[in-house]
Design a protein around this ligand. Sequence first.
Ligand SMILES: [Zn+2]
Length: 494
Amino acid sequence: MSQAESQEVQNFFQQTVAAGETPEDQNLVFDPTTGELVVQGKNEKLPNPDAVVADQIAEEGFFGKTSFVYMHENQISTIYQSWKVSKIDQVPAVAFGFDEGEVFHVYTSQPKAHFAGISVTSVIQILPQFGNNDEVLNVVNEIVNTRLYQHEKQSYNIIVLSAIEEDKLQCRVFIKQPDGSLNEGIVKFIPEHSELYSRSQGLLETSLLEDFKVGIVGLGSGGSSVAIELAKAGVGNFVLIDFDRLELGNVARHTCGTGDLGRYKTKSVRDLLYGKNPYLQVETAEIDINTNLDQTKLLLKDCHLIIAATDNNRSRFNLNSIALEYKIPTIFGRALTRACGGDILRVRPFAGPCLACVFTKDFLESRQEEVSQFRQAREDNPAYVPDNEVKATVQVGLSSDILPISNMIVKLALVELSRGKDSGIKSLEEDLIADFYIWANRRDNTYESWPKMEYGSKTPSILRWYGARWERNLSCAVCGERQDTINGDDGFFG
Ligand SMILES: [Zn+2]
Protein backbone atom coordinates (compact mmCIF):
# COMPACT_ATOMS: atom_id res chain seq x y z
CA MET A 1 0.00 0.00 0.00
CA SER A 2 1.54 3.28 -1.10
CA GLN A 3 1.71 6.31 1.10
CA ALA A 4 -0.87 8.18 -0.96
CA GLU A 5 -3.24 5.24 -0.76
CA SER A 6 -2.70 4.82 2.92
CA GLN A 7 -3.49 8.53 3.30
CA GLU A 8 -6.68 8.02 1.30
CA VAL A 9 -7.86 5.25 3.63
CA GLN A 10 -6.96 7.44 6.62
CA ASN A 11 -8.94 10.36 5.18
CA PHE A 12 -11.94 8.14 4.69
CA PHE A 13 -12.04 7.18 8.32
CA GLN A 14 -11.59 10.80 9.43
CA GLN A 15 -14.37 12.00 7.15
CA THR A 16 -16.87 9.39 8.24
CA VAL A 17 -16.18 10.11 11.89
CA ALA A 18 -16.45 13.86 11.21
CA ALA A 19 -19.81 13.28 9.54
CA GLY A 20 -21.07 11.60 12.70
CA GLU A 21 -21.11 8.16 11.12
CA THR A 22 -19.36 5.16 12.51
CA PRO A 23 -16.81 3.69 10.10
CA GLU A 24 -18.10 0.27 11.13
CA ASP A 25 -21.30 0.93 9.15
CA GLN A 26 -19.49 1.69 5.94
CA ASN A 27 -16.99 0.17 3.64
CA LEU A 28 -14.36 1.69 1.48
CA VAL A 29 -14.70 -0.25 -1.73
CA PHE A 30 -12.11 -0.45 -4.49
CA ASP A 31 -13.58 -0.92 -7.95
CA PRO A 32 -10.76 -2.19 -10.22
CA THR A 33 -12.82 -1.58 -13.38
CA THR A 34 -12.81 2.18 -12.73
CA GLY A 35 -9.77 2.30 -10.46
CA GLU A 36 -11.82 4.31 -7.95
CA LEU A 37 -12.35 4.06 -4.22
CA VAL A 38 -16.00 4.49 -3.26
CA VAL A 39 -17.69 4.66 0.14
CA GLN A 40 -20.81 2.60 0.62
CA GLY A 41 -22.93 1.10 3.39
CA LYS A 42 -21.84 -2.29 4.74
CA ASN A 43 -25.07 -3.92 3.57
CA GLU A 44 -24.96 -2.46 0.09
CA LYS A 45 -24.17 -4.77 -2.80
CA LEU A 46 -20.69 -4.30 -4.31
CA PRO A 47 -20.80 -2.28 -7.55
CA ASN A 48 -19.48 -5.23 -9.57
CA PRO A 49 -18.14 -8.74 -8.95
CA ASP A 50 -14.50 -7.60 -9.06
CA ALA A 51 -14.89 -4.89 -6.47
CA VAL A 52 -13.29 -5.52 -3.09
CA VAL A 53 -13.66 -3.96 0.33
CA ALA A 54 -10.45 -2.00 0.62
CA ASP A 55 -9.91 -1.90 4.36
CA GLN A 56 -10.14 -5.69 4.52
CA ILE A 57 -7.29 -6.30 2.16
CA ALA A 58 -5.29 -3.11 2.51
CA GLU A 59 -2.78 -4.67 4.86
CA GLU A 60 -1.95 -7.35 2.33
CA GLY A 61 -0.64 -4.78 -0.06
CA PHE A 62 -3.56 -4.88 -2.43
CA PHE A 63 -2.91 -1.37 -3.67
CA GLY A 64 0.65 -2.21 -4.60
CA LYS A 65 -0.45 -3.99 -7.74
CA THR A 66 -3.70 -5.65 -8.65
CA SER A 67 -3.46 -8.81 -10.69
CA PHE A 68 -6.32 -10.78 -12.16
CA VAL A 69 -5.87 -14.51 -12.17
CA TYR A 70 -8.14 -16.54 -14.44
CA MET A 71 -8.80 -20.21 -13.83
CA HIS A 72 -11.10 -22.74 -15.42
CA GLU A 73 -13.80 -23.54 -12.90
CA ASN A 74 -13.97 -27.18 -13.94
CA GLN A 75 -10.19 -27.70 -13.56
CA ILE A 76 -10.25 -26.45 -9.97
CA SER A 77 -13.29 -28.50 -9.04
CA THR A 78 -11.69 -31.62 -10.58
CA ILE A 79 -8.63 -31.15 -8.36
CA TYR A 80 -10.84 -30.66 -5.34
CA GLN A 81 -12.86 -33.80 -6.09
CA SER A 82 -9.72 -35.91 -6.46
CA TRP A 83 -8.28 -34.45 -3.22
CA LYS A 84 -11.34 -35.76 -1.38
CA VAL A 85 -10.47 -39.27 -2.55
CA SER A 86 -6.67 -39.29 -2.78
CA LYS A 87 -5.75 -36.59 -0.23
CA ILE A 88 -3.15 -35.28 -2.65
CA ASP A 89 -3.33 -31.66 -1.65
CA GLN A 90 -0.73 -30.04 -3.89
CA VAL A 91 -1.03 -29.91 -7.65
CA PRO A 92 1.49 -28.31 -10.02
CA ALA A 93 0.05 -25.94 -12.55
CA VAL A 94 1.26 -23.65 -15.28
CA ALA A 95 0.32 -20.03 -15.55
CA PHE A 96 0.80 -17.59 -18.38
CA GLY A 97 1.46 -14.01 -17.44
CA PHE A 98 0.58 -10.95 -19.46
CA ASP A 99 1.02 -7.20 -19.26
CA GLU A 100 3.85 -7.00 -16.73
CA GLY A 101 2.17 -9.29 -14.25
CA GLU A 102 -1.30 -7.73 -14.33
CA VAL A 103 -3.04 -10.78 -15.72
CA PHE A 104 -2.36 -14.50 -15.35
CA HIS A 105 -4.15 -17.55 -16.70
CA VAL A 106 -3.66 -20.70 -14.64
CA TYR A 107 -4.03 -24.17 -16.13
CA THR A 108 -3.80 -27.59 -14.55
CA SER A 109 -3.97 -29.37 -17.88
CA GLN A 110 -2.67 -28.42 -21.29
CA PRO A 111 -4.59 -25.38 -22.49
CA LYS A 112 -6.90 -26.13 -25.40
CA ALA A 113 -6.91 -22.57 -26.53
CA HIS A 114 -4.03 -20.61 -28.02
CA PHE A 115 -1.89 -19.13 -25.37
CA ALA A 116 0.79 -16.50 -25.24
CA GLY A 117 2.51 -14.62 -22.46
CA ILE A 118 5.36 -15.73 -20.24
CA SER A 119 5.08 -19.14 -18.68
CA VAL A 120 5.21 -19.12 -14.91
CA THR A 121 5.34 -21.92 -12.35
CA SER A 122 2.22 -22.24 -10.31
CA VAL A 123 1.14 -24.46 -7.40
CA ILE A 124 -2.40 -25.16 -6.30
CA GLN A 125 -2.81 -26.06 -2.64
CA ILE A 126 -6.04 -27.51 -1.23
CA LEU A 127 -6.67 -26.65 2.43
CA PRO A 128 -9.28 -28.03 4.84
CA GLN A 129 -10.01 -24.36 5.61
CA PHE A 130 -8.22 -21.06 4.99
CA GLY A 131 -7.59 -20.00 8.57
CA ASN A 132 -6.60 -16.45 9.41
CA ASN A 133 -4.45 -14.21 7.24
CA ASP A 134 -1.23 -15.11 9.03
CA GLU A 135 -1.84 -18.81 8.56
CA VAL A 136 -2.65 -18.23 4.88
CA LEU A 137 0.56 -16.25 4.34
CA ASN A 138 2.57 -18.96 6.13
CA VAL A 139 1.23 -21.59 3.76
CA VAL A 140 2.08 -19.43 0.74
CA ASN A 141 5.60 -18.68 1.99
CA GLU A 142 6.24 -22.32 2.72
CA ILE A 143 5.23 -23.30 -0.81
CA VAL A 144 7.47 -20.59 -2.27
CA ASN A 145 10.42 -21.74 -0.13
CA THR A 146 10.07 -25.49 -0.51
CA ARG A 147 8.36 -26.13 -3.84
CA LEU A 148 10.06 -23.74 -6.21
CA TYR A 149 13.50 -24.11 -7.75
CA GLN A 150 15.85 -21.17 -7.48
CA HIS A 151 15.51 -20.27 -11.18
CA GLU A 152 11.72 -20.39 -10.90
CA LYS A 153 11.79 -17.97 -8.00
CA GLN A 154 13.42 -15.34 -10.19
CA SER A 155 10.20 -14.93 -12.14
CA TYR A 156 6.58 -14.55 -11.09
CA ASN A 157 4.97 -17.50 -9.31
CA ILE A 158 1.29 -18.05 -8.77
CA ILE A 159 0.16 -19.79 -5.59
CA VAL A 160 -3.50 -20.73 -5.48
CA LEU A 161 -5.10 -21.75 -2.20
CA SER A 162 -8.41 -23.48 -2.33
CA ALA A 163 -10.86 -24.49 0.40
CA ILE A 164 -14.55 -24.93 0.98
CA GLU A 165 -16.04 -21.94 2.72
CA GLU A 166 -19.73 -21.26 3.16
CA ASP A 167 -20.46 -24.48 1.21
CA LYS A 168 -18.63 -23.16 -1.81
CA LEU A 169 -15.20 -23.90 -3.24
CA GLN A 170 -13.29 -20.65 -2.75
CA CYS A 171 -9.87 -19.69 -4.04
CA ARG A 172 -7.35 -17.12 -2.93
CA VAL A 173 -4.43 -16.39 -5.17
CA PHE A 174 -1.03 -14.93 -4.40
CA ILE A 175 1.45 -13.62 -6.89
CA LYS A 176 5.06 -13.81 -5.88
CA GLN A 177 6.83 -10.99 -7.69
CA PRO A 178 10.29 -11.46 -9.22
CA ASP A 179 11.68 -9.34 -6.33
CA GLY A 180 10.32 -11.84 -3.80
CA SER A 181 7.40 -9.75 -2.53
CA LEU A 182 3.90 -11.19 -2.36
CA ASN A 183 0.61 -9.70 -3.61
CA GLU A 184 -2.84 -11.11 -3.38
CA GLY A 185 -4.62 -11.19 -6.73
CA ILE A 186 -8.26 -11.30 -7.73
CA VAL A 187 -9.53 -14.70 -8.82
CA LYS A 188 -11.71 -14.85 -11.92
CA PHE A 189 -13.31 -18.10 -12.97
CA ILE A 190 -13.93 -19.13 -16.55
CA PRO A 191 -17.28 -20.84 -16.18
CA GLU A 192 -18.45 -24.15 -17.51
CA HIS A 193 -20.07 -24.14 -20.91
CA SER A 194 -23.68 -23.66 -19.88
CA GLU A 195 -22.85 -20.18 -18.63
CA LEU A 196 -20.26 -19.28 -21.21
CA TYR A 197 -22.74 -18.73 -23.99
CA SER A 198 -25.72 -17.60 -21.96
CA ARG A 199 -25.35 -14.07 -23.31
CA SER A 200 -26.55 -14.90 -26.81
CA GLN A 201 -29.71 -16.40 -25.42
CA GLY A 202 -32.76 -14.61 -26.66
CA LEU A 203 -31.98 -14.15 -30.33
CA LEU A 204 -30.65 -17.67 -30.79
CA GLU A 205 -31.07 -20.02 -27.89
CA THR A 206 -27.65 -21.52 -27.30
CA SER A 207 -29.30 -24.79 -26.42
CA LEU A 208 -30.88 -24.79 -29.87
CA LEU A 209 -27.51 -24.92 -31.58
CA GLU A 210 -25.19 -26.69 -29.18
CA ASP A 211 -26.42 -30.16 -30.13
CA PHE A 212 -25.87 -29.58 -33.83
CA LYS A 213 -22.87 -30.88 -35.69
CA VAL A 214 -21.52 -28.95 -38.63
CA GLY A 215 -18.95 -30.32 -41.07
CA ILE A 216 -16.64 -27.73 -42.62
CA VAL A 217 -14.58 -28.89 -45.55
CA GLY A 218 -11.83 -26.48 -46.61
CA LEU A 219 -10.34 -24.22 -43.96
CA GLY A 220 -8.87 -21.39 -45.97
CA SER A 221 -9.78 -17.80 -45.22
CA GLY A 222 -13.45 -18.49 -46.03
CA GLY A 223 -13.97 -21.80 -44.22
CA SER A 224 -12.02 -20.74 -41.15
CA SER A 225 -14.02 -17.55 -40.65
CA VAL A 226 -17.29 -19.47 -41.07
CA ALA A 227 -16.10 -21.94 -38.41
CA ILE A 228 -15.33 -19.16 -35.92
CA GLU A 229 -18.68 -17.43 -36.47
CA LEU A 230 -20.66 -20.65 -36.06
CA ALA A 231 -18.82 -21.37 -32.80
CA LYS A 232 -19.58 -17.85 -31.59
CA ALA A 233 -23.25 -18.38 -32.46
CA GLY A 234 -23.27 -21.46 -30.22
CA VAL A 235 -22.92 -24.47 -32.55
CA GLY A 236 -21.46 -27.16 -30.29
CA ASN A 237 -19.96 -29.82 -32.57
CA PHE A 238 -17.65 -29.55 -35.54
CA VAL A 239 -15.91 -31.76 -38.06
CA LEU A 240 -13.06 -29.91 -39.76
CA ILE A 241 -11.51 -31.37 -42.90
CA ASP A 242 -8.52 -30.00 -44.81
CA PHE A 243 -5.10 -31.41 -45.64
CA ASP A 244 -3.28 -28.08 -46.06
CA ARG A 245 -0.82 -26.57 -43.65
CA LEU A 246 -0.72 -22.88 -42.86
CA GLU A 247 1.96 -21.16 -44.91
CA LEU A 248 3.38 -17.66 -44.78
CA GLY A 249 1.41 -16.71 -47.90
CA ASN A 250 -1.88 -17.63 -46.18
CA VAL A 251 -1.44 -15.56 -43.06
CA ALA A 252 -2.55 -12.22 -44.50
CA ARG A 253 -6.02 -13.60 -45.24
CA HIS A 254 -6.45 -16.41 -42.75
CA THR A 255 -7.99 -16.25 -39.29
CA CYS A 256 -4.85 -17.91 -37.89
CA GLY A 257 -1.59 -16.02 -37.57
CA THR A 258 2.15 -16.55 -37.66
CA GLY A 259 2.01 -18.48 -34.37
CA ASP A 260 0.39 -21.31 -36.35
CA LEU A 261 2.82 -21.46 -39.28
CA GLY A 262 3.45 -25.00 -40.42
CA ARG A 263 0.49 -26.45 -38.55
CA TYR A 264 -2.45 -28.14 -40.18
CA LYS A 265 -5.20 -25.59 -40.77
CA THR A 266 -7.67 -28.01 -39.17
CA LYS A 267 -5.77 -28.08 -35.90
CA SER A 268 -4.96 -24.41 -35.72
CA VAL A 269 -8.59 -23.48 -36.47
CA ARG A 270 -9.72 -26.04 -33.89
CA ASP A 271 -7.60 -24.23 -31.28
CA LEU A 272 -9.16 -20.92 -32.24
CA LEU A 273 -12.59 -22.49 -31.76
CA TYR A 274 -11.56 -23.79 -28.32
CA GLY A 275 -10.51 -20.24 -27.52
CA LYS A 276 -14.13 -19.22 -28.09
CA ASN A 277 -15.52 -22.20 -26.24
CA PRO A 278 -13.29 -24.86 -24.63
CA TYR A 279 -16.28 -27.19 -24.28
CA LEU A 280 -16.81 -27.70 -28.01
CA GLN A 281 -16.48 -31.11 -29.59
CA VAL A 282 -14.17 -30.79 -32.57
CA GLU A 283 -13.05 -33.65 -34.80
CA THR A 284 -10.36 -32.93 -37.35
CA ALA A 285 -9.22 -34.88 -40.39
CA GLU A 286 -6.17 -33.97 -42.43
CA ILE A 287 -7.23 -35.70 -45.60
CA ASP A 288 -7.83 -34.92 -49.26
CA ILE A 289 -11.49 -35.73 -49.63
CA ASN A 290 -11.06 -36.48 -53.34
CA THR A 291 -8.79 -39.42 -52.57
CA ASN A 292 -10.41 -40.43 -49.28
CA LEU A 293 -14.08 -40.38 -50.14
CA ASP A 294 -15.12 -43.26 -47.89
CA GLN A 295 -13.46 -41.72 -44.86
CA THR A 296 -15.03 -38.35 -45.71
CA LYS A 297 -18.47 -39.97 -45.79
CA LEU A 298 -17.92 -41.54 -42.39
CA LEU A 299 -16.88 -38.18 -40.95
CA LEU A 300 -19.78 -36.23 -42.44
CA LYS A 301 -22.73 -38.60 -42.37
CA ASP A 302 -23.89 -37.56 -38.89
CA CYS A 303 -23.58 -33.85 -39.59
CA HIS A 304 -26.69 -31.69 -39.63
CA LEU A 305 -25.12 -29.33 -42.12
CA ILE A 306 -22.06 -29.25 -44.36
CA ILE A 307 -20.12 -26.13 -45.36
CA ALA A 308 -18.26 -26.74 -48.60
CA ALA A 309 -15.47 -24.16 -48.65
CA THR A 310 -12.97 -26.01 -50.81
CA ASP A 311 -11.25 -24.46 -53.79
CA ASN A 312 -11.83 -27.03 -56.52
CA ASN A 313 -14.84 -28.41 -58.34
CA ARG A 314 -13.93 -32.05 -57.94
CA SER A 315 -14.24 -31.78 -54.17
CA ARG A 316 -17.46 -29.78 -54.55
CA PHE A 317 -19.03 -32.48 -56.70
CA ASN A 318 -17.91 -35.12 -54.21
CA LEU A 319 -19.51 -33.16 -51.38
CA ASN A 320 -22.65 -32.74 -53.46
CA SER A 321 -22.90 -36.54 -53.77
CA ILE A 322 -22.46 -36.93 -50.02
CA ALA A 323 -25.13 -34.26 -49.39
CA LEU A 324 -27.58 -36.12 -51.62
CA GLU A 325 -26.70 -39.59 -50.30
CA TYR A 326 -27.24 -38.63 -46.66
CA LYS A 327 -29.74 -35.83 -47.31
CA ILE A 328 -27.64 -33.26 -45.50
CA PRO A 329 -28.22 -29.59 -46.35
CA THR A 330 -24.95 -28.25 -47.75
CA ILE A 331 -23.78 -24.72 -48.44
CA PHE A 332 -21.22 -24.16 -51.17
CA GLY A 333 -19.36 -20.86 -51.19
CA ARG A 334 -16.61 -19.51 -53.42
CA ALA A 335 -14.84 -16.32 -54.32
CA LEU A 336 -14.47 -15.20 -57.92
CA THR A 337 -11.27 -13.98 -59.58
CA ARG A 338 -9.26 -11.80 -57.18
CA ALA A 339 -12.29 -11.90 -54.91
CA CYS A 340 -14.13 -9.37 -57.12
CA GLY A 341 -17.21 -11.12 -55.78
CA GLY A 342 -18.53 -14.52 -54.94
CA ASP A 343 -21.44 -16.87 -54.99
CA ILE A 344 -23.20 -19.22 -52.64
CA LEU A 345 -25.31 -22.23 -53.42
CA ARG A 346 -27.48 -23.80 -50.78
CA VAL A 347 -28.31 -27.41 -51.56
CA ARG A 348 -31.32 -28.80 -49.74
CA PRO A 349 -31.24 -32.32 -51.15
CA PHE A 350 -34.14 -33.04 -53.50
CA ALA A 351 -35.99 -29.93 -52.30
CA GLY A 352 -34.08 -27.61 -54.63
CA PRO A 353 -31.22 -27.64 -57.11
CA CYS A 354 -28.08 -29.64 -56.38
CA LEU A 355 -24.60 -28.48 -57.32
CA ALA A 356 -24.79 -30.31 -60.64
CA CYS A 357 -28.05 -28.54 -61.52
CA VAL A 358 -26.25 -25.19 -61.20
CA PHE A 359 -22.54 -25.71 -61.86
CA THR A 360 -22.82 -26.47 -65.55
CA LYS A 361 -19.92 -25.92 -67.93
CA ASP A 362 -21.40 -22.60 -69.15
CA PHE A 363 -21.98 -21.42 -65.61
CA LEU A 364 -18.42 -22.17 -64.55
CA GLU A 365 -17.00 -20.38 -67.58
CA SER A 366 -19.10 -17.28 -66.95
CA ARG A 367 -18.11 -17.03 -63.31
CA GLN A 368 -14.39 -17.75 -62.95
CA GLU A 369 -13.34 -18.60 -59.45
CA GLU A 370 -10.44 -17.17 -57.53
CA VAL A 371 -7.15 -19.03 -57.74
CA SER A 372 -5.44 -18.27 -54.47
CA GLN A 373 -2.92 -21.08 -54.09
CA PHE A 374 -0.24 -22.58 -56.26
CA ARG A 375 -1.54 -26.11 -55.63
CA GLN A 376 -4.99 -25.11 -56.81
CA ALA A 377 -3.52 -23.44 -59.91
CA ARG A 378 -1.33 -26.47 -60.65
CA GLU A 379 -4.39 -28.73 -60.61
CA ASP A 380 -6.19 -26.40 -63.00
CA ASN A 381 -3.38 -26.47 -65.54
CA PRO A 382 -2.15 -29.31 -67.76
CA ALA A 383 1.16 -30.91 -66.79
CA TYR A 384 3.07 -29.32 -69.71
CA VAL A 385 2.50 -25.77 -68.38
CA PRO A 386 5.66 -24.88 -66.43
CA ASP A 387 5.43 -24.00 -62.74
CA ASN A 388 6.41 -20.34 -63.17
CA GLU A 389 3.55 -19.82 -65.65
CA VAL A 390 1.17 -21.55 -63.28
CA LYS A 391 2.37 -19.33 -60.45
CA ALA A 392 1.42 -16.24 -62.44
CA THR A 393 -2.22 -17.37 -62.47
CA VAL A 394 -2.42 -17.22 -58.68
CA GLN A 395 -4.31 -14.01 -57.95
CA VAL A 396 -5.26 -13.38 -54.40
CA GLY A 397 -8.01 -11.03 -53.29
CA LEU A 398 -8.36 -9.22 -50.01
CA SER A 399 -9.57 -10.86 -46.84
CA SER A 400 -12.17 -8.11 -46.48
CA ASP A 401 -13.62 -9.26 -49.82
CA ILE A 402 -13.91 -12.86 -48.59
CA LEU A 403 -15.64 -11.96 -45.33
CA PRO A 404 -18.99 -10.82 -46.78
CA ILE A 405 -19.29 -14.21 -48.45
CA SER A 406 -18.40 -16.05 -45.24
CA ASN A 407 -20.88 -13.92 -43.36
CA MET A 408 -23.72 -14.81 -45.72
CA ILE A 409 -22.78 -18.50 -45.49
CA VAL A 410 -23.06 -18.20 -41.71
CA LYS A 411 -26.51 -16.59 -41.96
CA LEU A 412 -27.74 -19.29 -44.34
CA ALA A 413 -26.27 -21.94 -42.04
CA LEU A 414 -28.03 -20.56 -38.98
CA VAL A 415 -31.32 -20.32 -40.88
CA GLU A 416 -30.91 -23.93 -41.98
CA LEU A 417 -30.09 -25.19 -38.47
CA SER A 418 -32.94 -23.33 -36.80
CA ARG A 419 -35.47 -23.80 -39.60
CA GLY A 420 -38.97 -24.39 -38.30
CA LYS A 421 -37.92 -23.60 -34.74
CA ASP A 422 -39.06 -20.62 -32.79
CA SER A 423 -35.88 -18.57 -32.94
CA GLY A 424 -35.06 -14.90 -33.09
CA ILE A 425 -33.94 -15.18 -36.71
CA LYS A 426 -37.12 -16.90 -37.87
CA SER A 427 -38.11 -14.02 -40.14
CA LEU A 428 -34.95 -14.65 -42.21
CA GLU A 429 -36.51 -17.90 -43.44
CA GLU A 430 -38.95 -15.78 -45.44
CA ASP A 431 -36.20 -13.56 -46.84
CA LEU A 432 -33.56 -16.11 -47.69
CA ILE A 433 -35.75 -18.24 -49.93
CA ALA A 434 -33.34 -18.39 -52.85
CA ASP A 435 -30.95 -21.29 -53.20
CA PHE A 436 -28.34 -19.34 -55.13
CA TYR A 437 -26.85 -15.96 -54.22
CA ILE A 438 -24.34 -13.70 -55.84
CA TRP A 439 -22.26 -10.88 -54.40
CA ALA A 440 -20.03 -8.26 -56.02
CA ASN A 441 -17.22 -6.52 -54.18
CA ARG A 442 -16.28 -4.22 -57.06
CA ARG A 443 -16.93 -3.58 -60.75
CA ASP A 444 -14.21 -5.87 -61.98
CA ASN A 445 -13.93 -9.03 -64.09
CA THR A 446 -17.38 -10.66 -64.06
CA TYR A 447 -18.96 -7.44 -62.84
CA GLU A 448 -17.08 -5.02 -65.08
CA SER A 449 -20.17 -3.85 -66.96
CA TRP A 450 -22.34 -3.27 -63.89
CA PRO A 451 -23.66 0.24 -63.30
CA LYS A 452 -22.07 2.30 -60.57
CA MET A 453 -23.64 2.00 -57.16
CA GLU A 454 -24.25 5.72 -56.63
CA TYR A 455 -27.72 6.31 -55.17
CA GLY A 456 -29.85 3.91 -57.18
CA SER A 457 -31.41 0.85 -55.65
CA LYS A 458 -33.20 -0.49 -58.75
CA THR A 459 -30.13 -1.40 -60.78
CA PRO A 460 -27.72 -4.21 -59.91
CA SER A 461 -24.77 -2.84 -57.98
CA ILE A 462 -21.84 -3.88 -55.87
CA LEU A 463 -22.07 -4.72 -52.16
CA ARG A 464 -25.53 -6.21 -52.23
CA TRP A 465 -26.73 -9.75 -52.17
CA TYR A 466 -28.86 -11.03 -55.04
CA GLY A 467 -30.85 -14.19 -54.66
CA ALA A 468 -31.60 -16.02 -57.88
CA ARG A 469 -34.51 -18.35 -58.48
CA TRP A 470 -32.87 -21.53 -59.65
CA GLU A 471 -35.12 -24.49 -60.31
CA ARG A 472 -33.97 -27.99 -59.78
CA ASN A 473 -33.08 -29.60 -63.09
CA LEU A 474 -35.28 -32.68 -63.20
CA SER A 475 -33.02 -34.27 -65.76
CA CYS A 476 -29.89 -33.46 -63.74
CA ALA A 477 -27.39 -36.29 -64.08
CA VAL A 478 -26.76 -36.28 -60.33
CA CYS A 479 -30.04 -35.53 -58.54
CA GLY A 480 -32.56 -35.96 -61.36
CA GLU A 481 -32.82 -39.73 -61.39
CA ARG A 482 -33.73 -39.80 -57.69
CA GLN A 483 -36.70 -37.48 -57.98
CA ASP A 484 -39.00 -40.37 -57.00
CA THR A 485 -37.50 -40.25 -53.52
CA ILE A 486 -38.48 -36.61 -52.90
CA ASN A 487 -40.12 -36.50 -49.57
CA GLY A 488 -41.54 -33.07 -48.95
CA ASP A 489 -43.18 -33.84 -45.63
CA ASP A 490 -40.23 -34.89 -43.51
CA GLY A 491 -40.16 -31.46 -41.94
CA PHE A 492 -36.48 -30.74 -41.70
CA PHE A 493 -36.26 -29.47 -45.26
CA GLY A 494 -39.39 -27.38 -44.87
ZN1 LIG B 1 -29.07 -31.79 -59.53
